[in-house]
Design a protein around this ligand. Structure first.
Ligand SMILES: Cc1ncc(COP(=O)(O)O)c(C=O)c1O
Length: 416
């Protein structure tokens, strides 16, 4: 069954502001679905009081926040006590580094990658340095940017405490097989596994129990929602970690890893994203009301994947075929593991120059290192100029892809 793109596009008001503009920078932050905007507006207009205070409006405010919390826990197949809703993924990982770092001692080891956004790298590295913990780097292939599981295995030791990697790099765009990697790690040692899914979740929100991870984080402002970060920490280990909440709130699972405190309206609006997926499911499937959030997301995945593959395939083929462009990551969608997050280095002009031409032609794209500074350096690319990144999600159309290709062709001129 194909995705009904007209229905999808009706759910995003901003898509209709300027029909001439092609938004190709979704990996920086997606458009917000109407359902999330509706919840945000409703909260701000009708329940803008301190939640959980015990009077009727306050109860409704608290319930709006709880609905989001419960809904996302169900969507991820985790316990609500395992979910933190904080201001962003960067701050969530920073806070978690303080919480888990207290357990680390000299002689311990961690594994990080050079494929990750710095949000899933710097905080762990700094804490490791502070504690005398050895940092081992799981390195990408310097030509393609891909990670190979075989290169991870030799890095694992009996004293490896944590392994941190990404579900999908925001530059390479290729999905790492998380369940398989977790299995490999657990077969070798007792390390815990934390995965950054910020660049993956816009394409699919997975079942975390099935993945077997101990920690998982992503940002809802890239998944059609408000500027909030969702973070899972396995209930089995929470008891060992140091709460980062005020001392009198310590042990409160909502607060333990969110010293910023909840942003009430934004938290409530997180439920709007699930309302969007529920509407999408109801539109495509007959038995929608009997399916929970988790099953709905599962049902929707092949529809979204099919459309996203159709968007990515012509871009990858065209870009991969140009001698004056260096494509990062896989050049095909045949393995169903290539998000339409497509980064490339122009070889005959700067990324800045090409980006400016595309922007002038009405394509919303960007260039740079996108905070994957280590990756670009190790790929031999100047991080300041960086790569041009075209990032699409399921609401993009094939016409938009054609437009991007036309404008790229025009901006590049004849290949040398
Ligand atoms: C792959 C990846 N990880 C982490 C982050 C950081 O997320 P946040 O902006 O919520 O801190 C980003 C943001 O661009 C990202 O692309």
């Amino acid at each position: 069954m194909p995705l009904d793109l007209d229905f999808v596009r009706q759910q995003f008001g901003q898509l209709h502001d300027d029909p001439e503009f092609v938004f190709a920078s979704n990996a920086g932050g997606s458009y917000v679905c109407n359902q999330a905007n509706a919840v945000l507006e409703h909260y701000n207009r009708h329940t803008r009081v301190q939640p959980y205070a015990g009077y009727p409006v306050s109860d409704r405010a608290g319930e709006a926040m709880d609905r989001a919390h419960r809904g996302w826990a169900e969507a991820l197949n985790i316990d609500p006590d395992e979910l933190t809703i904080g201001p962003s993924t960067s701050i969530n990982t920073y806070v978690l580094a303080q919480a888990i770092g207290d357990l680390w001692k000299a002689g311990d080891e961690i594994v990080v990658t050079n494929q990750d956004h710095e949000a899933n790298s710097g905080a762990w590295r700094r804490k490791a340095l502070e504690k005398g913990v050895t940092i081992r780097q799981w390195e990408v292939d310097p030509a393609s940017g891909l990670l190979d599981i075989d290169a991870l295995f030799p890095l694992l030791r009996d004293n490896t405490r944590w392994v941190f990697f990404t579900h999908c790099s925001n530059i390479v765009g290729t999905v790492n097989p998380v369940a398989e990697i977790v299995k490999t790690i657990k077969s070798r040692c007792h390390a815990r596994v934390f995965v950054d899914a910020v660049a993956y979740a816009p394409h699919h929100v997975p079942d975390l129990r099935a993945l077997g991870v101990d920690g998982y984080a992503f940002s809802l402002y890239k998944v059609y929602g408000p500027h909030q970060g969702l973070m899972y920490v396995n209930g089995e280990i929470r008891g060992d970690l140091t709460s980062q909440a005020h001392y009198f709130n310590s042990g409160n699972p909502v607060k333990d890893y969110n010293p910023a405190g909840p942003q009430h309206a934004q938290v409530a609006a997180c439920a709007g994203v699930l309302d969007y997926f529920a509407a999408l499911h109801e539109h495509h499937f007959a038995d929608s009301l009997t399916r929970g959030h988790n099953r709905r997301l599962d049902d929707l995945h092949p529809l979204i994947l099919g459309h996203e593959n159709a968007l990515a395939a012509p871009l990858l083929a065209w870009i991969g075929g140009r001698k004056d462009l260096r494509l990062i990551g896989k050049s095909h969608v045949g393995d169903n593991d290539r998000a339409p997050t497509i980064a490339f280095q122009p070889l005959a002009q700067s990324a800045a120059e090409l980006t400016r031409k595309l922007q002038q032609a009405g394509i919303g794209t960007e260039h740079g290192h996108f905070y994957a500074h280590r990756l670009l350096s190790d790929l031999g690319i100047d991080p300041d100029d960086g790569v041009v990144r075209l990032s699409l999600v399921h609401y993009a159309t094939l016409d938009e892809v054609e437009r991007i290709l036309r404008e790229l062709d025009h901006a590049l001129g004849k290949a040398a």
